[in-house]
Design a protein around this ligand. Structure first.
Ligand SMILES: Nc1ncnc2c1ncn2[C@@H]1O[C@H](COP(=O)(O)OP(=O)(O)OP(=O)(O)O)[C@@H](O)[C@H]1O
Length: 839
């Protein structure tokens, strides 16, 4: 074999159907590019290769026509079946029987006839060979009649008149008749009669078919499982047949053509043919005298099908073939896209690479189809991307032509090439580098149809469609979400804000009225999962519901900065949109959101505060806590926030929240000991009279960033605050000397009754508590009653209550006040650990 023949054999084995470049051929055969080029030219001159294109030039093995070439899908969905059929045809001595399954009208007979013609073309059968059909369905329940008909047909085959016997609808026979039949098939080698069986059920076992002969199995797919390009070709072919039959031109809009091909309901080829025939008949009946049939109205871009010219099928086929031949080129493209993304090159580079490949697709013949498709895509981007997300696209025809071409290219790759691993990498890289743009693009794909999100080939149009807007879309550093009840509330706010700001800031979810919190979280979760972590944080605006719950649920999904605002309005969303556009800090957006209106609330940190803080909570009332707060604030640095909390509220907070809630809390100061194990610095403020406690307070303050000087000063001021002098200074209307004396009497009564001696510190606390309580009762103009049900109390409490009412009687009369149950309950909490020690 000389070098030229060797080159031919190599490329016809390695690239039987593809177009290849000179470089690919040189690599395959191991010769230099120059030598390979001259050999390829010689093979072209000998008519063995087809040469197309310039820079680069493509070469393709010229294949002899086969009988299968007339079948739609012979290089696509039928190629494996045809390969199997060929094995059955050529197998010595008389081929192998074939067992074909497929729903009615899926092309079994058409393929069987092609097999017969191919056997003749290959001269395996003589030109005199015959093709006979026996339809089992005609003999259902009549085994004898079937046997007779079969024998009569078999007798038509002779040594000179051999050929194929096609036995269809095998499922109509009972098993003994099938058995009889298969015995005959087993004789194929001896008799020379070639059998093709067909049944309408894919599952022969379920259908009671027991085919035991060594047969080649072929299962034909329903029409709606075939590639889109093949379905388009079917439509074109049937329209052509109608034009030929009625002898008139048929005009059809590209949209209608696509609609016929895209119908998921048409599962069978014959049904599609019937549908087209009926459509033509209906149009014909409306305009019997017209020179042409205009299906779905006549438009300027309508496609014209002229009788006896099989032009449309050829045109479509040329587009498909030119794309199919791009197999190796497509591989190279995906590799270079992946590398370019990994190397951090700009999107323009990748856009250029895709455009270069798209330019090689020969579209001249299918321009009308392409223009119609481009229009459809342009309209779809307007509704899905521009309208909702405020992102516009260039209006020029060339841009849209390229977008449409990218989709066609992707769709043909998807229909005809196996899943591509490199492209999976490309998709991941794209998502990583352009998360927001890719999200928009994906929303667009979803709207186009489910098939577009199922294959990664459809990431290719991203490089064309999104090239001009990624910069803008990726400049947004927040993930912002709008959630509102009602059919369009959230999406209409979103549309206004995104459109006015001219960029994609907000995603919106319209929620049904009865939506649960879990469902809302699901919306947020699935959105955030699709997004890259926003560099500056997440913003969630919603209409109604619990702010705190929403905050903590979303915080579980993403631990980034989070701002949650309720009672959303368009103006508020717009303000946030503008701040996001100005790239403001999270803190400044969050603080601004606190001021929208009195009905709006915002939360952007977990717990009481996002700053380091000290909680002050006094049993003797918020007034005292507020005073302590002021004292601490004026002594320590402003970086430490002081929060005054009602004593009861503090208890609830401690009970209902975890450590995370108090993450920034450095210290809790109270006027009583707090029972329970909380893993927090909780300190009874009166303990600072003890050396150990005051040292502990100092170390806590220093840990919180305070200097020695200010913590010393604080302790000094606190000591003064908690002394008798401190109480004096704090009474506003009562004479301190009198009220402190009254308080001392009360305390002495308790000591006496319970037979205990209180520590000086506790006494100080009680004097303070009681003095302030008496003044509070006097100033309580509302006179609110706070009655505690005695029955719910323990015996000890009941005893304390009855004792207290006696002890307080003198001061109640003296000051004309009524000590409320709530106050006695507080006092009980304060004293219980000290009065029952003896018991
Ligand atoms: N691949 C194909 N290319 C072109 N035409 C096809 C193809 N497959 C089927 N057809 C056409 O579709 C119609 C239905 O096909 P066919 O009669 O072969 O189906 P079938 O599976 O044998 O149906 P049944 O089981 O009902 O007998 C025929 O007009 C046939 O020519």
């Amino acid at each position: 074999m000389d070098a030229i023949d060797k080159l031919y054999t190599t490329i016809s084995q390695q690239f039987p159907n593809e177009r290849i470049t000179t470089k690919q051929a040189a690599t395959a055969v191991g010769l230099t590019r120059g030598v390979t080029s001259s050999y390829l030219s010689q093979l072209h001159k000998r008519g063995k290769l087809i040469k197309t294109g310039t820079r680069p030039v493509y070469w393709q093995v010229r294949r002899a026509h086969s009988a299968f070439d007339g079948l739609i899908g012979y290089r696509g969905s039928l190629s494996t079946d045809i390969q199997h059929a060929l094995e059955a045809i050529v197998y010595p001595v008389n081929g192998l029987p074939i067992f074909m399954t497929g729903i009615a009208g899926s092309g079994k007979l058409a393929l069987a006839r092609a097999i017969y013609r191919e056997a003749v073309r290959r001269q395996i059968l003589p030109v005199t060979a015959i093709f006979k059909i026996v339809d089992c369905a005609s003999y259902k329940g009549q085994p004898e009649a079937f046997r007779q008909a079969l024998n009569t047909t078999i007798q038509e085959f002779t040594a000179e008149k051999t050929g194929y016997l096609y036995i269809e609808n095998l499922q109509a026979l009972n098993s003994s008749a099938q058995h009889y039949l298969f015995n005959d098939a087993n004789q194929q080698e001896a008799t020379g009669i070639r059998y093709i069986f067909s049944a309408t059920h894919a599952d022969s076992k379920a259908n009671g078919l027991s085919f035991k002969a060594a047969a080649v199995q072929i299962n034909l797919k329903p029409l709606n499982d075939r590639p889109f390009d093949e379905r388009i070709t079917f439509v074109a072919m049937f329209l052509q047949q109608q034009a030929d039959q009625i002898g008139r031109k048929i005009m059809i809009t590209p949209d209608k053509l696509i609609e016929l091909a895209a119908s998921e309901h048409t599962t069978n080829i014959r049904e599609l043919n019937n549908r087209i025939q009926l459509l033509c008949a209906a149009t014909y009946a409306q305009t019997p005298d017209a020179e042409q049939l205009s299906i779905a109205g006549a438009t300027a871009d309508a496609i014209c099908i002229t009788p006896n010219q099989s032009m449309l099928t050829d045109r479509i086929r040329s587009l498909i073939i030119s794309v199919l031949q791009l197999g190796p080129t497509a591989e190279l493209l995906f590799k270079s896209l992946s590398e370019s993304l990994v190397n951090g090159e700009t999107l323009t580079e990748q856009n250029f690479a895709v455009l270069k490949v798209l330019n090689q697709i020969d579209t001249t013949a299918s321009e009308t189809l392409l223009v119609a498709f481009a229009k459809r895509l342009q309209t779809a981007t307007r509704t899905t991307i521009t309208h909702r997300y405020g992102i516009g696209f260039p209006p020029d025809a060339v841009f849209w032509h390229n977008v449409a071409l990218a989709f066609i290219f992707a769709s043909l790759c998807n229909d005809n090439l196996p899943t591509n691993q490199v492209l999976t990498k490309v998709e991941i890289e794209l998502k990583d580098r352009y998360p927001r743009s890719y999200y928009l693009f994906n929303q667009f794909l979803k709207q186009l149809g489910p098939q577009y999100t199922q294959s990664n080939y459809y990431c290719l149009p991203f490089f064309i469609l999104m090239v001009q807007c990624t910069g803008k879309v990726e400049s947004v550093h927040y993930n912002a979400i709008l959630l509102a009840h009602g059919e369009k509330t959230a999406s209409s706010i979103q549309q206004v804000v995104n459109t006015l700001c001219g960029n994609y800031f907000f995603e919106a979810f319209d929620m049904p009225i009865d939506v649960s919190l879990e469902k809302i979280n699901e919306y947020v979760r699935s959105y955030l999962v699709d997004q890259a972590p926003a560099t500056k944080g997440n913003i969630v605006l919603f209409d109604m519901g619990s702010l705190r719950e929403m905050f903590s649920e979303i915080k579980k999904i993403s631990n980034q900065e989070l701002l949650v605002v309720n009672n959303v309005t368009t103006a508020m969303a717009l303000d946030i949109g503008l701040r996001v556009q100005r790239n403001e800090t999270f803190q400044s957006i969050a603080e601004a959101s606190k001021k929208y209106s009195s009905t709006t609330d915002a939360q952007y940190y977990e717990g009481l505060s996002n700053r380091k803080n000290i909680i002050v909570s006094c049993m003797s009332g918020v007034g005292l806590s507020e005073e302590l707060k002021k004292l601490i604030e004026s002594t320590l640095s402003p970086s430490l926030e002081v929060i005054a909390v009602d004593y009861k509220k503090l208890h609830d907070l401690l009970k209902n929240h975890d450590r995370q809630f108090f993450a920034n809390t450095q210290l809790i100061l109270t006027t009583t000991d707090v029972s329970g194990d909380y893993d927090l610095n909780i300190m009874n403020i009166y303990n600072i009279f003890d050396k150990a406690a005051s040292l502990k307070l100092q170390s806590v303050l220093r840990y919180a960033g305070e200097n020695q000087e200010s913590s010393d000063l604080l302790i000094e001021r606190l000591l003064r605050f908690l002394s008798i002098e401190g109480i004096r200074g704090r009474l506003q209307i009562l004479n301190p000397d009198i009220v402190i004396q009254d308080s001392q009497d009360i305390v002495a009564h308790y000591e006496d009754f319970y037979n205990v001696k209180f520590s000086p510190r506790l006494k100080l606390n009680l004097y303070m508590h009681l003095s302030l309580m008496i003044e509070r009762m006097i100033m309580d103009t509302k006179g609110s009653e706070n009655v505690i049900k005695q029955a719910t109390l323990t015996t000890k409490e009941q005893e304390f209550f009855s004792l207290s009412s006696g002890i307080f009687q003198p001061i109640e009369q003296k000051f004309n006040i009524r000590i409320q149950d709530y106050e006695i309950e507080l006092l009980y909490q304060l004293l219980k650990d000290f009065i029952f020690i003896a018991n």
